[in-house]
Design a protein around this ligand. Sequence first.
Ligand SMILES: *Cc1c(COP(=O)(O)O)cnc(C)c1O
Length: 479
Amino acid sequence: MSYRTEEVAYVQPAQPAASAQAAQQKRSTAEYRALDAAHHIHPFSDMGSLNRSGSRVIVKAQGVYLWDSDDNKIIDGMAGLWCVNVGYGRKELADAAYRQMQELPFYNTFFKTTHPPVIELSALLAELAPEPFNHFFYCNSGSEGNDTVLRIVHQYWATQGKHSKKFVISRKNGYHGSTIAGGTLGGMGYMHEQMPSKVENIVHIDQPYFFGEAEGNLTPEEFALARAQQLEAKILEIGADNVAAFIGEPFQGAGGVIFPASTYWPEIQRICRKYDILLVADEVIGGFGRTGEWFAHQHFGFEPDLITLAKGLTSGYVPMGAVGLHDRVAKAIIENGDFNHGLTYSGHPVAAAVAVANLKLLRDDKIVERVKTDTGPYFQKKLRDTFANHPIIGEISGAGLVAGLQLAEDPKARKRFANGGEVGTICRDFCFNGNLIMRATGDRMLLSPPLVINKLEIDEIVAKAKYAIDATAQQLGIS
Ligand SMILES: *Cc1c(COP(=O)(O)O)cnc(C)c1O
């Protein structure tokens, strides 16, 4: 037998019925780690130190729980990366992908063609989104969504004959993805430092982060208003004729679950209308039920011109992003000739079929409704009751099933730790060892569990978070 025949025999496909077997572990944790260290570069990671400590290998998941390769059961307080809204293991989504792959695994939407899944998805999004959002453009991620936003914004102003409107204003400590455009729009200094070339004409104003940045005796409402008014000052500095758009996350996600006071967004909207500037809501985290509303801009009560969607659109089961266009923007794009933008996988049929199955679950199982009226309020109250007067918790922000817990040296005086990032890491490590996924962003601990979480599971997350935060305080010698 030649080597070649042997090789062919070796790659015989597994039996379809062997799916349970396929889920079974193929290698030891040590083997997985060695191969991962040898060949895989992780996003946003210090690979040298990660390779020395070794990654946790996640092998399966169900509901709100993950299992690692050592068979530890971990409760996922982050819904993967803010995306697994319907929870893990939903057969409806797997079936939708399987059926669509057999029926039509791919076809493009470039050349006067379309297909049923992208048609169904667009109609369903128009039904679920607020009234003026009736048109959607597709891509594969939130970053590409924000790249697309820039393309649409510039095309829009070109159709209006306002060619000087080129500047886009965003915010420090905002997150809009990690492509060159997404990274430039975002206001993460540590990303900008590694980006010698950036997209032109993007400028940043300060974020509405009350706990960390309010000075003097300003109330949260006064502070948020002042931060919104920085937009007006920036527009006047650049000249309204030169400003195309303002973009912001309704609440900052990766920046630390920063919820602006109620005065912020109405003032931003007023300023955008006054100076004829498009208002873009990056709904990549806020969209699809996170706050208890379908979209986070509804929670804050404003009306954007464009919305960026991704993450919860497919609950992360397959990659997909989208941009929703307000009727007034869509009309200009539709009636003015070619729009020279697109991606091979724009409206990918499998992703679209999964998105439809996902959105129907969120709607028909009343998952979003339950976040608004039941589990969301329960989660928020439980956190606030549990950490009231805690010696190192300065504030709890959030609504629905998203929360930020501010670690602080002196909560009452709003005094942050001088080494806040280290304190966050200590706390994150206690969570990790307690089999809770809770993310640390500097000195803020973040929670954003799957939207299907029940009250018992919420109790488990909050109890484990309390244990980790108490242990952190103890290690710091604070009680
Ligand atoms: C995650 C995120 C993005 C980027 O999405 P990717 O799919 O990672 O490209 C953009 N905006 C916000 C608000 C996000 O949270």
